[in-house]
Write a protein that binds this ligand. Structure first.
Ligand code: NAD
Length: 252
């Protein structure tokens, strides 16, 4: 493959460790020639990144729970790199009680936290990234099938993903005139830190693998390759879309 992201600068939010979907995206996007800047949640994650991320990869702190942090991070990105070409948002969180106790038992605080980190943060990222994004540019987020189906034990995260997908459509409409497109990849289940918070996640992963077209789960590299396409000008005709990268799980 040629280096179709040569000369581009892409910000990737949400690498926690080598298993992270965002790390699959980072590798694929670097393979296509882009410069990547990673944002991380806190010092604990930074320590984890230092163990495997190449030294020449730039890191910047951004806990998305507060708008000021997002505003500051993108202002810093603008100062350091000038205009950028894309942002990948691979961030979600719900506290353990909220994730495990069934939607009917979700508290207001648990609901607010999950929506804030997993769905609202995309809006804030789009707002503060906008001034530093080129025309054309691309924003991509990660969602899951539990947004449209009641997947056992996905609970509140399914509600947050439904909101996230609606955010994608409205942001795409808001930002279209400035050449910024907004899309989501609906990824198949892969074993990451985030998935281990889901009750009986072993069952979910097994069931998901058995429903792929070839009984082999999608990999973070395969998800990353589609993310690279979304970051590139090959995808300028697509915005407001949710594209499945799950080896056919959603078909069956
Ligand atoms: P992961 O645990 O590797 O990544 C989740 C990331 O969210 C971590 O880097 C974490 O630091 C970050 N995060 C959480 N709260 C944050 C905050 N307040 N500020 C900044 N960052 C914060 O897991 P993953 O599975 O790679 O998750 C990435 C995305 O992919 C999530 O949106 C997840 O819902 C989605 N997704 C995952 C799967 C799957 O099966 N693993 C399937 C479909 C979609």
């Amino acid at each position: 493959m040629s280096d179709f992201l040569d000369g581009q600068t892409i910000v990737i939010m949400g690498v926690a460790n080598k298993r992270s979907i965002a790390w699959g995206c980072t590798r694929a996007i670097m393979n296509q020639g882009a410069k990547v800047v990673l944002t991380y949640q806190n010092d604990r994650i930074k320590k984890s990144l230092k163990r495997f991320v190449p030294e020449d990869l730039d890191l910047l702190e951004c806990d998305v729970s507060e708008d000021e942090n997002i505003e500051k991070a993108f202002a810093e990105i603008g100062d350091r790199y000038g205009k950028i070409d894309g942002v990948i948002h691979a961030i979600a969180y719900a506290d353990k009680d909220t994730l495990t106790s069934g939607l009917v038992n979700t508290t207001k605080d648990g609901y607010d936290l999950a929506q804030n980190i997993s769905a609202y943060s995309l809006i804030a990222v789009a707002r503060y990234a906008q001034p530093v994004l080129n025309n054309p540019a691309s924003i991509l987020t990660l969602t899951y099938f539990g947004s449209t189906r009641a997947i056992p034990n996905y609970n509140m995260m399914g509600v947050a993903k439904a909101a996230l997908e609606a955010n994608v459509r409205y942001l795409a409409s808001d930002l279209g005139a400035t050449g910024i497109r907004v899309n989501a990849i609906s990824a198949g289940a892969v074993k990451t830190l985030a998935v281990t918070g889901i009750k009986n996640h072993g069952e979910l992963l097994k069931e998901s693998e058995s429903r792929t077209v070839d009984q082999k789960s999608v990999t973070t590299d395969e998800i990353g390759n589609v993310a690279a396409f979304f970051m590139s000008d090959l995808s300028t005709g697509m915005t407001g879309d949710v594209v499945y990268v799950d080896k056919g799980v959603h078909l069956i």
